[in-house]
Design a binder for this molecule. Sequence first.
Ligand code: HBI
Ligand code: FE
Length: 288
Amino acid sequence: MTVHDPVIDAQSYGDDFVIAQHWDKYTSEEHNVWNTLYERQIKVLAGRAVPEFYKGLEQLNLNDGGIPDLSQLNKSLQALTGWTVVCVPHLIPDDVFFDHLANRRFPAGRFIRKPDQMDYIEEPDVFHDVFGHVPLLAQPVFADYMQAYGKGGQRAKAEGMLKELARLYWYTVEFGLLKSEHGLKIYGAGIVSSRTESVFSLESDSPNRLGFNLERVMKTDYRIDDFQQAYFVVDDLYDLLKATQQDFGPLYERLKKQTRLHGLTDILESDYVFHKGTQAYAKKRDGS
Ligand code: HBI
Ligand code: FE
C-alpha cells in the first residue's frame, strides 16, 4: 500500500482531503477504461451480487456509460438515503475517513486505473469506489450501517481499537457475502469490483465461508494482496446494522484481553461453516 507523505498532503489538501472531481477533465480513454471494467464486471457477476446491488446501479444511473459525474449521481443518492460521494486523491487517514462516513459522505478516489492495470490496483480508484461501494449506499439499511460504522470508527480510535474496526470493514464492506434462498451472494465492494474474486469467492473449494460474528471478525487477520481465505456470511444486511447497535464497551474489554488473532484459514469450534453445494447454503442459521 502506497504511503502518502503527510507533509505534502497537509500542503496540498484541506483537513477533509476533499478535492473537486473536474468531471469534464476525464479523457475519452479514461471513460473507456470505466466502460470496459463496467461491462466486464456486469458479465462476470452474472447474478452473483445481491439484488440490492443491481437495484442501486439502476437507481443511480451508473449504467449510463462513462465515469459518473458525481454532481449528477449525488442528486439521486442524496434523495434516496442522504449520502453523497466526495472525491479524494488517495487513501486518507482513518479518522478523516471515519468522519466522512459518520456524516454520510463516501470518499471515492478521483483517478481511474490505467488500461494496463485492469486487474489489480494498489489503491481504490473511482471504479472500485463508485462501482463497488456506492450502489449499496442507495439501500437504506446498508446506508445506516455505513454511517454507524463511521461513528463506531471515531469511538474506536479513542479506544485504540482501529485495527479491529478495520477488520470489520474488510470482512463486511469489502469482502462480505450474504445468504439468500438462491445460495450465497456477494455484497462486498472488493469482490464485486474484482473480475476474478467475483467467481473465486462463491465457487472455489479453498476458502472457508463462515457465519458472520462481530467479535470473531474483529479478531480475524486478513491479507490485502491475495484472494481471501475466509469469507463471512450474513443472513441479511440488517444483521450488520444490528451488530453496530450494541454496547461496544464490554466487547472492547474482551477484545483487549484476547491478544492472539485468528489465522486466515482457522475454523473455530464456534464457527458456522457453509459447505458448498449443501442445503446449508439455503437454510437460515437457526435451522429454519
Ligand atoms: N481512505 N480513500 C480511502 N478509502 C478507503 O477505503 C479507506 C481510506 N482510509 C482508511 C480506510 N479505508 C480503512 O481504515 C478502512 O479499513 C476503514
Ligand atoms: Fe473499498
